[in-house]
Design a protein around this ligand. Structure first.
Ligand SMILES: NC(=O)c1ccc[n+]([C@@H]2O[C@H](COP(=O)([O-])OP(=O)(O)OC[C@H]3O[C@@H](n4cnc5c(N)ncnc54)[C@H](O)[C@@H]3O)[C@@H](O)[C@H]2O)c1
Length: 438
């Protein structure tokens, strides 16, 4: 009997470590804690500290839910539940390691595998015979076995698929969306051998109410996730191109889409800034792999280029509207509503509004940004921008509704406006007529 079979017989695969407690890792750790003994590990001490105080800054899990699953220190030995730590030694007793660390791109839009490799290195130092490492981070097909497994092997001294095993189960949650929690979304699972694939599938099946889908191998599971996001990016690029054409024709894109949407097979996408750390990032992972294999992914990269051009387009449209209404552009004061990468969410990573602000500044426009959802310190750290979390009491020459936060519907717009003030509503949030929309 090998160690895998021994562990299965002993029911030892009930000690789970979740590595990386962000938007993906925390909800997953909480869901698993209802069925397994879970240790949530993060290198960010302040994140671990806030979670131990029952406070989740990402607003994915509320205080009561955290109180329900967190085990008191020294709590009942062997009980299901969750503890948080930044001490690697605390995950050494686990048999399942689930990796949910970031997979960003660098300044040249190339995949940056550093967080994934450093998490693999850390796991390698505590890995034992029979352990299983499951990656959830979004990657290109082949990454788990070609890039992560060698790191696990070299730091553990163990042999892949003899001593330890891997799996891949992509995360599909949509942070901020309370109607589709992790347990309610079908989960793709996979494993490095058929025995491990079945074990990984069973592990998730206990947690995921919506059910699981066992992919035939790891590469298929990796590819499935990355194409889901590339498909979305391409669809958004199409309507963004339509928006550019409609803007030239001076007809309303929203009205065109509404009319076209009356046909049964017209896909309902909306134009916008495809920012954030998924749609605006993942297609580059797929594109890199395709190019390595000698295939140039023209459509995927054209969609990316089109979507990347929208910030400059919006800034230019705003300026045109201002000139048309008789505003002096240089030195004009503009109120930007929203900085996060999407509506009703705290996440400002890879926000394209920042680019719109930079383009507006090139025209000599002074921008004041208001976002009650965003964390001002994080925005300052990441972009060097100061934002307000309280609505300013002054009049502006232009107002741009950059993000469709619902709270922006409650603003008294006339009180912020001068005679010539233009309103540009990027996503078409406002229920009244404005000067411009995508
Ligand atoms: N957020 C989403 O909408 C979403 C949805 C589906 C999939 N994903 C994918 O899931 C992965 C994680 O995304 P996220 O949004 O949760 O990221 P995040 O930045 O919110 O969280 C990542 C966490 O990992 C921690 N971390 C980084 N390196 C670590 C290490 N070596 N050891 C331990 N902890 C480490 C960070 O401190 C952070 O708390 C990414 O690959 C992303 O593409 C994200």
């Amino acid at each position: 009997m090998n160690q895998l079979e021994r562990n299965m017989t002993l029911g030892a695969y009930n000690k789970v470590a979740v590595i990386g407690l962000g938007y993906v890792g925390l909800p997953l750790a909480v869901a698993f804690a209802k069925h397994y003994q879970v240790v949530g590990y993060d290198i960010d001490k302040s994140r671990v500290q806030e979670l131990n105080l029952f406070n989740d800054e990402t607003l994915e899990i509320d205080t009561d839910e955290l109180k329900d699953v967190i085990l008191a220190p020294g709590g009942p030995e062997g009980a299901n539940g969750l503890m948080f730590t930044d001490d690697l030694a605390q995950i050494a007793g686990c048999t399942i390691f689930i990796v949910t660390v970031p997979t960003p791109i660098d300044q040249f839009k190339q995949p940056n595998l550093e967080p994934l490799k450093s998490a693999s290195k850390q796991i390698g130092t505590v890995l034992k015979k029979g352990d299983i490492v499951i990656y959830e981070s979004t990657v290109y097909p082949g990454c788990t076995e070609e890039d992560c497994v060698p790191v696990l092997e070299s730091h553990s001294g163990l042999v892949f698929n003899t001593d330890f095993f891997v799996g891949y189960s992509p995360e599909r949650i949509n942070p901020g969306d309370k109607s589709r929690k992790v347990e309610e979304i079908v989960k793709i699972t996979s494993g490095s051998t058929s025995e491990v694939a079945a074990l990984v599938d069973d592990l998730y099946a206990k947690v995921i109410v919506a059910g699981t889908y066992s992919a035939p191998n790891i590469k298929v599971a990796e590819a499935a996730k990355v194409i889901e996001n590339a498909q979305r990016d391409i669809n958004i690029a199409f309507v963004n191109e339509i928006a550019k054409i409609c803007n030239k024709l001076e007809i309303s894109t929203q009205e065109v889409l509404k009319a076209a949407g009356t046909k049964w097979n017209f896909q309902p996408y909306k134009p916008g800034l495809a920012g954030g750390h998924c749609i605006g990032v993942d297609p580059y992972y797929l594109a890199l792999k395709a190019k390595e294999e000698g295939y140039y992914p023209g459509l995927i990269l054209a969609a990316r280029r089109l979507n990347e051009s929208m910030a400059e387009h919006i800034a230019a449209e705003v300026v045109k509207k201002m000139i048309k209404k008789g505003s002096l552009v240089k030195g004009a004061r503009l109120l930007m509503l929203g900085i996060t990468f999407k509506e009703n969410c705290t996440d400002s990573r890879n926000s394209k509004i920042v680019e719109v602000i930079a383009y507006l500044a090139e025209y000599g426009i002074e921008v004041t940004t208001y976002d009650p959802w965003a964390n001002p310190e994080k925005v300052k750290d990441e972009f060097g921008l100061t934002i307000l979390t309280k609505l300013p009491e002054e009049q502006f020459d232009a107002i741009v509704v950059g993000v469709a936060h619902e709270v922006f519907l409650e603003i008294n717009y006339p009180s912020l406006m001068k005679e010539n003030t233009i309103i540009y509503d990027v996503k078409g949030l406002l229920p009244f007529e404005v000067d411009g929309q995508l």
